[in-house]
Ligand binder design. Structure first.
Ligand SMILES: NC(=O)c1ccc[n+]([C@@H]2O[C@H](COP(=O)([O-])OP(=O)(O)OC[C@H]3O[C@@H](n4cnc5c(N)ncnc54)[C@H](O)[C@@H]3O)[C@@H](O)[C@H]2O)c1
Length: 410
């Protein structure tokens, strides 16, 4: 290795770094010869200054890109549009872990036959308030949007309904489905299992998935209350995003493969996620796994078949989800209920703040605020590595899609 590479530069030159608190890219001095070389190689100096850009993706263009991509691969427009809406909404909510960075995996699964662009979803068993839906390895957003529609239709007749989904595949962020229910004056509940990545309390080995849950309750003047949590400290997708952009992770998110806490995202990706709330999160993951795999007959998170099929691009992931819709109007007047939710929120928010706290947030409120902020800013920001991946995928599929104007020089 060239001895100059590790030698600190005397002349400090600005470089772009990701500013965690501001959630944006800012300039800082370049420290090493290697970094200067990198900037020269990547042509990010112009007229003596660094001109690397912020990349802002407009909401509608993200939807158009994703929809066009999945249609190019063979999906019907209605299915491509659902996936486009789902991935874009994740980004708009500030949940990059379930946004456009999922595209490379989804496209590979579709290419190799693991996911089906045009699935034949069918109901395997049914009663008035329940159904077992075989999603036939649809893209996950398609399978669970369909399942929640079915659930709500049933709940509007029976008051409460549940749909369990086999072969659901990776269903993305769960708030998507509970928000569907809240929009229709229903309480929505969604859970799903995934391949083992997370410890249960008492071991640091991978046992269960990051098996998430979401519960959504509608309000009237306020945003609906939408709790949406992985049962690991954070979703593993957040580690994956950090890995893509070469950024460190907090030391309490995950362990390396030796079971030691790590701040290196790539080590965490081959290590173990940590359950949130210790034995409580671990306990919630256990019951979610039992409900999802149990009701559908899919393998448990740690079973060989589950793990093999997630990584085998030609196989559908043997994952399952369970959804519940509760029609409020069958219990009480829905408008009065929502009015009470508003009152509840107002009271909770009026309590004295703890030190160093700016405000009390309801579950989901931060994400709704982020959507509003991103809309005002003209779109959401992505990192340069993801941008490059999306460009490569566009070119790979011969899509005509202009992306250069997503870059903005500071
Ligand atoms: N499909 C899958 O297999 C899978 C697996 C795991 C997670 N996920 C998804 O990953 C996403 C992220 O999960 P996560 O656990 O990292 O989310 P998170 O920790 O960012 O948020 C969890 C919940 O806490 C709320 N929240 C966050 N900060 C808050 C604050 N300061 N005050 C009050 N409430 C606050 C959020 O609104 C949210 O409801 C979720 O959408 C989840 O559905 C999906």
């Amino acid at each position: 290795m060239d001895a100059r590479l590790s030698k600190p530069l005397e002349l400090k030159i600005p470089r772009l770094i990701y500013h965690e608190k501001l959630k944006s890219w800012r300039y800082a001095p370049l420290d090493t010869f290697e970094e200067v070389q990198y900037c020269v190689r990547e042509n990010i100096f112009q007229k003596g200054r660094v001109v690397m850009s912020r990349i802002i993706v407009p909401e509608k263009e993200s939807q158009a890109y994703v929809s066009k991509l999945f249609q190019t691969i063979g999906a019907e427009k209605k299915h491509a549009d659902v996936v486009a809406d789902h991935l874009t909404m994740a980004e708009m909510r500030g949940q990059a872990s379930h946004g456009l960075n999922r595209i490379p995996f989804y496209t590979q699964k579709l290419e190799h036959g693991g996911y089906k662009a045009n699935p034949h979803m069918k109901i395997l068993r049914e009663d008035a308030g329940v159904a077992l839906l075989d999603a036939d390895d649809a893209l996950g957003a398609v399978s669970c949007s369909h399942a929640m529609e079915l659930c709500m239709e049933k709940a509007s007749r029976t008051g409460c309904a549940s749909v369990a989904v086999t072969h659901s595949n990776h269903i993305g962020f769960l708030a998507y489905y509970t928000m569907m229910a809240a929009k229709r004056n229903m309480i929505g509940i969604a859970v799903c299992n995934s391949g083992s990545s997370t410890a249960v309390w008492g071991t640091r080995e991978r046992v269960l998935g990051t098996d998430p849950f979401s519960i959504g309750v509608p309000a009237k003047k306020h945003f609906p209350v939408i709790l949406d949590c992985a049962t690991s400290v954070v979703a593993q997708g957040k580690v994956s995003v950090a890995e893509t952009e070469n950024k460190p992770i907090p030391g309490n998110w995950a362990y390396n493969k030796n079971g030691e806490p790590t701040t290196v995202a790539s080590e965490a990706m081959v290590g173990t996620m940590r359950p949130f709330g210790d034995y409580k999160g671990s306990g919630i993951a256990i019951v979610i796994s039992l409900i999802c795999a149990g009701l559908t007959g899919m393998p448990f998170d740690f079973e060989e078949e589950n793990l093999r099929r997630i990584s085998d691009l030609s196989a559908g992931s043997e994952l399952a989800a369970s959804l519940i819709a509760i029609d409020i109007s069958k219990f009480t007047d829905a408008e009065a209920f929502k009015h009470r939710v508003d009152g509840f929120i107002d009271v909770v928010k009026s309590f004295k703040l703890a030190p160093d706290t700016e405000q009390i947030y309801m579950p989901g409120e931060i994400e709704f605020n982020k959507v509003a902020a991103n809309r005002a800013a003209g779109g959401f920001e992505i990192g340069p590595n993801l941008y490059q991946k999306l460009k490569n995928i566009r070119d790979q599929y011969g899509m005509k899609f202009e992306m250069d104007h997503w870059k903005h020089d500071d």
